[in-house]
Design a protein around this ligand. Sequence first.
Ligand SMILES: Cc1cc2nc3c(=O)[nH]c(=O)nc-3n(C[C@H](O)[C@H](O)[C@H](O)COP(=O)(O)OP(=O)(O)OC[C@H]3O[C@@H](n4cnc5c(N)ncnc54)[C@H](O)[C@@H]3O)c2cc1C
Length: 489
Amino acid sequence: MELTERVKSRDRVVVVGGGITGLAAAHRLVSRASTASRPIEVVLLEAKDWIGGAIWTERADGFTIEGGADSFITNKPWALDLCRDLGLGDQIIATDDRNRRSFVVRGGKLLPVPEGFVLMAPGRMMPLLTSPILSARGKLRMLMDLVIPRKADDSDESLAAFVRRRLGREALDRLVQPLVGGIYTADPNELSLKATLPQFPAMEREHGSLILAAIRQGRQARAAERAASGARYGLFASLADGMDTLTRALAASLPPRTLRLGASVRRIVRPDPGQPWRVELLDGPPIEAGGVILTTEAHASARLIDGFDPELALQLRSIPYASSAIVTVAYRKDQVAHPLDGFGVVVPAIEGRSILAVSFLSVKFPRRAPAGTALMRVFVGGATQPELFELGDDELKALVRGELASLLGASGEPLLIGVARHSRAMPQYTLGHLDRVAAIRQRSARHSRLALAGNAFHGVGIPDCVRSGQEAADSMLLALADPAAPAAA
Ligand SMILES: Cc1cc2nc3c(=O)[nH]c(=O)nc-3n(C[C@H](O)[C@H](O)[C@H](O)COP(=O)(O)OP(=O)(O)OC[C@H]3O[C@@H](n4cnc5c(N)ncnc54)[C@H](O)[C@@H]3O)c2cc1C
């Protein structure tokens, strides 16, 4: 007999959203439910005709093109562990260490980010003191971090305020803003330090100085690396055949008919408390379910639940999102004057240019492009230049070609050029984010067997999304086993 016929609707869990969070949640539900006594049917609904959300890979003429994420961080274990669980351990690839450095633009030129400088922690003194990126005055101001007292209270502050206070304005404008802006496509004046990079206030608290903390932690990390055994990947890893290897493997691990593509959810209704949820689709009959996990963008989830909890919808809408475009461009290497001897370049806002960053994908990871060619990803838009996201594809391509000509000396027709758009895809953890998330959790706990997961809450990176999906699945299984328990948000 078909599982669908055997299970009652209360034993069905609908996961909305087929990005990495939804896939990780569905995979966890299926694998844990198979060992539970009661059968559970999982239905994963994705509005688009393909899975992966912000992760998608295309292959053309020997190029592996990442439309969204191109790698994941390895110091948070959840993505690495999931890859291994899925049997993808031998496909995990490390960054190519031969060119392990990045550049920052100053006065239109590419200068190396000082060795040991990670986001906003100067881990080594000499490279920083000899770098032409900062003026002598800027360096002196940065060194004052060694004597500036710790912040007296534990309140949150913006990332920009923190860096100005500890390292000075020049370090913010010339290094931290472009390095962090490239990751979050965000304005550091708005970002909550505690929500985005909580390790840095912890460094200040524990060591009284970012410089001392970074130097000590660097020593510990090198010692741990020397003592470690087994596979090591450096800070970032990817998958040999592209990032969608992970999302495709997750989809393939689900039982037949679990995943429904082109299934756009219109709204979620609960006729009476204690009754099953009714998941209404734009097209097709509604689905009844004992539990619902929403992994859609916070603004999309808000639309789905507006009918039964407008207050929660309002709270979800208060998480702002930014849009960005990735323009992927390939040239023959002889068309590019710069040697591309690094992983990429970040562009400070004060340089007044139209791009946020360029990632040299074919330098960063092996087998991304045919020999003799260079594959690059150029980031445009984000929270600081939203108007550029509105440009048409041809205008974006022209803009990017102009910037690459000026910054890297790229000339002639590219071998390929394409635009991938991410509309309102990147949540911005602005000041007050942690309070907003706590309020959302409190409010959503009123709705038994409704869980909220995804990149809007506790981390935008792939490992955080994997964890978020898995935790939502675990709490849903607990809630299904004990109908009195709510599935935590
Ligand atoms: C441009 C860009 C580059 C990035 N690069 C990296 C990187 O290199 N490394 C890294 O770790 N992280 C990176 N990130 C972050 C990371 O990729 C994302 O945070 C993560 O993939 C989000 O996964 P998710 O499943 O939570 O959400 P999403 O991937 O946004 O998935 C949500 C899904 O819900 C679907 N949906 C929406 N509404 C409905 C509806 N009504 N019915 C059904 N389905 C619906 C959407 O179609 C979408 O597929 C990047 C993000 C962006 C935008």
